[in-house]
Write a protein that binds this ligand. Structure first.
Ligand SMILES: *Cc1c(COP(=O)(O)O)cnc(C)c1O
Length: 379
């Protein structure tokens, strides 16, 4: 599904030399690499504050801790996402309220959010799934109307842009009150281990978050709030510093692969290619609204599982993200959900299949993959 070696070859010298410096100086924690990365990512994103931390799940949790949400506060998020999003809500004893998603973009559905808002709702957590922003303009308007926080789960869309109806563009993760991302190796900006970061434009919130990541300390050995220990280490920061200047190229290569896939599948019955909505008309040729963390098809003739098996036999990797809606997961089942409230996720889990997507895919590999898929569908 991913090929991380090709990226390493291109940045080997820089990474090896910064690793050597870190090993020589033993600046493993909070070293200069971490601080430089923080600044460089702030510049890239055009955001006031980047707070690095240990992983994307922590980033989400810390973002919620920084907003001082209280047990019982309701937090609305998508039923169709990686479990980390809902996990941290539950861990903090907040009440996760799962809602359905849009069948074209796979992102949280605005009407479903509207229906789920109660006097106890305190926050909305849109997930920019597979590399494309949720409908942020509508979400911000709803949040303003109901006085809610917006926490973006940007683990899958770093480098994506969102275009507002007035033409203004903003980087994914910097649009709501706070954003969280992951530098897990297979994410679009991946470290060689775990890493994550929190973004915000709000100065007071940034100050709070910087204490929360560090045991609630604002002054050495003074613990003002209950915090966590969550750090990005210097070796990971060095990797990320080497990759950040290449992120736009990486994302362009992903889009290029997506375009080739789209072209091949365009007229094939029962295959629905990904839909990009923000700022472009369908197939993303020039804009950066989608960074294709995953390239996800819908197989609409009920043969998805057979296709997975067929590709497996041909040794073509593929993945089903996600096979079970969160409202059906044992840990997150809840009496107030009715299965009929989730018609879209219930359908998507049966139809989605993600094909190999990374920065090293070449035309020949894509032809091989698309020929196999098309051959199967035409059988
Ligand atoms: C990867 C991911 C996370 C968690 O990131 P980790 O760094 O693995 O903790 C959270 N949300 C989404 C949508 C993700 O894809």
């Amino acid at each position: 599904m991913v090929d991380l070696n090709g990226q390493y070859d291109a940045i080997k010298e820089q990474i090896n030399s910064s690793f050597e410096t870190i090993l020589k100086t033993s600046a493993f924690i909070n070293g200069p690499e971490v601080h430089s990365f923080e600044k460089e990512l702030e510049d890239y994103l055009g955001v006031n504050h980047v707070i690095p931390c240990a992983n994307g799940t922590d980033a989400l949790q810390i973002a919620m801790m920084g907003l001082n949400l209280q047990p019982g506060d309701e937090v609305i998020t998508a039923d169709f996402t990686f479990a980390a999003t809902v996990e941290v809500i539950a861990l903090l004893q907040l009440t996760p309220v799962l809602v359905d998603v849009n069948p074209d973009t796979f992102n949280i559905d605005i009407n479903a959010i509207k229906k789920a808002i109660t006097p106890k709702t305190k926050a909305i957590v849109p997930v920019h799934l597979f590399g494309q922003c949720a409908d942020m303009e509508a979400i911000l308007a709803l949040a303003e109307k109901h006085n809610l926080y917006v926490i973006e789960d940007n683990a899958q869309a770093i480098g994506a842009n969102y275009t507002f109806s007035n033409g203004k563009k903003q980087q994914a993760g910097t649009i709501g009150n706070v954003g969280a991302t992951s530098f897990f190796p297979s994410k679009n900006l991946g470290a060689y281990g775990d890493g994550g970061a929190i973004f915000t434009n709000e100065h007071a919130l940034a100050y709070t978050l910087k204490g929360v990541v560090n045991h609630g300390m604002y002054e050495r050995y003074h613990h003002d709030v209950v915090g966590v220990n969550s750090r990005l280490d210097s070796l990971q920061a060095a990797v990320l510093r080497a990759k950040l200047p290449l992120l736009n190229d990486y994302n362009a290569k992903r889009r290029d692969a997506a375009r080739k896939y789209n072209k091949a599948f365009k007229d094939i019955p029962h295959i629905k290619t990904p839909v990009t909505i923000n700022g472009c008309a369908g197939i993303c040729d020039t804009c950066d609204c989608h960074v294709f963390h995953q390239y996800t098809l819908k197989i609409t003739n009920g043969k998805r599982d057979d296709l997975v098996k067929f590709l497996g036999e041909k040794e073509i990797p593929c993945g089903v993200y996600y096979p079970i809606p969160l409202h059906k997961q044992i840990a997150y089942k809840n009496d107030w959900y009715e299965d009929i409230d989730f018609p879209v996720t219930n359908q998507l889990v049966k139809e989605v299949i993600s094909l190999p997507m990374h920065t090293e895919l070449d035309g020949e590999q894509i032809d091989y993959i698309t020929d196999a898929v098309i051959g199967f569908m035409k059988e």
